[in-house]
Design a protein around this ligand. Structure first.
Ligand SMILES: NC(=O)c1ccc[n+]([C@@H]2O[C@H](COP(=O)([O-])OP(=O)(O)OC[C@H]3O[C@@H](n4cnc5c(N)ncnc54)[C@H](O)[C@@H]3O)[C@@H](O)[C@H]2O)c1
Length: 324
């Protein structure tokens, strides 16, 4: 199967490419990635010489590049996005450009080339916030941040290309990912690396915001199931099954590195901060046999270990992005 993977040098995309190439001899993967601040070519170093891997440095908003890479593909797995909520609050333009317009460029090209399947990787954040219970796939979208609004736009656009043009689109909406190679601006790697450096960690507000945590390898397993078994025009949730408040998560991270609460700095809450995300993922479990395989306890310990032993990966990234 020839697969175009957009954003394959990012956190989740690179996990997908590494695992797919190491487990499936029939996969031929072309990565299209702009290498923005969060795209790291070294994330693909383990497969750089793989004969079935081609890396193309380019922008999904550029119709000429997309036209070239789309030709001959059987499927697209679309990860490329501006992905950090805080950056979208500072400036929404790149989010609308890449997440909405870039997705439109890809969908048009996929339709023109008769691509067999287009997996659009979306997020639980498109639903907004939920006090109790869990969202099912038919829940109305009500995004609150410029990031989630741009993802909701692309998510609906992808589904519209199925209904309007008959393009074989499937959409996945997942919960918060964690694991190795995550850019150290996101809460888990930011906190781990700050703590490893003997610094403080910034906890938003009272820390009562709740997220469901999904190991990146389980997310990629879910995407594979949807790519091969999902029904065209359908949405599938991929959840992790571990809901934690940011306060509780902070406590677990402090324990993991042997630090105390005096290393936690309370900072003003994020604007429009969603209180709780929660996905009902019974559809993918029942229809496609998905079950997360990495427990949060094991996954978090392995992730802390990875950052401890991969300082040469994250130190330059933090310096370059001036992250504290
Ligand atoms: N990380 C999470 O917890 C999470 C949760 C839900 C959904 N998602 C979604 O999963 C996808 C991947 O997220 P991630 O955490 O790996 O993000 P990331 O920021 O680590 O990676 C994004 C990748 O996209 C590339 N990219 C950005 N703009 C591009 C452009 N215009 N053209 C080509 N490439 C471009 C970047 O260079 C980078 O390699 C995103 O669509 C995101 O919305 C992520």
């Amino acid at each position: 199967m020839r697969i175009l993977v957009t954003g394959g040098a990012g956190f989740i995309g690179s996990e997908y490419v590494r695992r797919r190439l190491s487990s499936d001899p029939s996969a031929r993967i072309t990565v299209l990635d702009k290498l923005t601040y969060s795209g790291v070519e070294a994330n693909l170093a383990p497969v750089a010489e793989h004969p079935d891997h081609t890396f193309v440095h380019g922008d999904i908003c550029d119709p000429d590049v997309v036209e070239q890479v789309m030709a001959g593909q059987d499927a697209v797995v679309h990860f490329a996005a501006e992905s950090h909520v805080d950056r979208s609050i500072d400036g929404a333009e790149p989010f609308v450009r890449t997440n909405v317009m870039g997705t439109q460029v890809l969908l048009d090209a996929a339709h023109r080339h008769g691509v067999g399947r287009f997996v659009h990787v979306s997020t639980d954040e498109v639903y907004g916030s939920i006090g109790e219970g869990s969202w099912t796939e038919g829940w109305p979208l009500s995004p609150n941040s410029p990031y989630s609004a741009s993802k909701a736009g692309s998510d609906l656009l992808a589904l519209a290309y199925h209904r309007t043009h008959g393009l074989d689109v499937v959409v996945t909406r997942c919960s918060n990912n964690y694991g190795p190679y995550q850019f150290p601006e996101k809460v888990i790697p930011l906190f781990i690396t700050n703590l490893l450096d003997g610094r403080t960690v910034p906890l938003y507000g009272d820390g009562r915001n709740i997220r469901d945590w999904l190991h990146v390898s389980d997310h990629c397993r879910g995407i594979e199931l949807v790519l091969h078994g999902g029904r065209a025009g359908e949405v599938y949730h991929i959840g992790g099954g571990t809901e934690l408040s940011n306060h509780k998560l902070t406590g677990l991270l402090l324990d993991a590195v042997g630090a105390d609460w005096d290393r936690v700095e309370r900072v003003p809450d994020r604007k429009g901060h969603d209180l709780r995300y929660s996905l009902d993922d019974s559809k993918i479990r029942e229809q496609l046999g998905y079950t997360p395989q990495v427990t949060f306890t094991e996954g978090l310990a392995a992730t802390v270990d990875w950052y401890r032993t991969h300082r040469s990966w994250w130190e330059p990234l933090k310096k370059r992005a001036e992250l504290r």
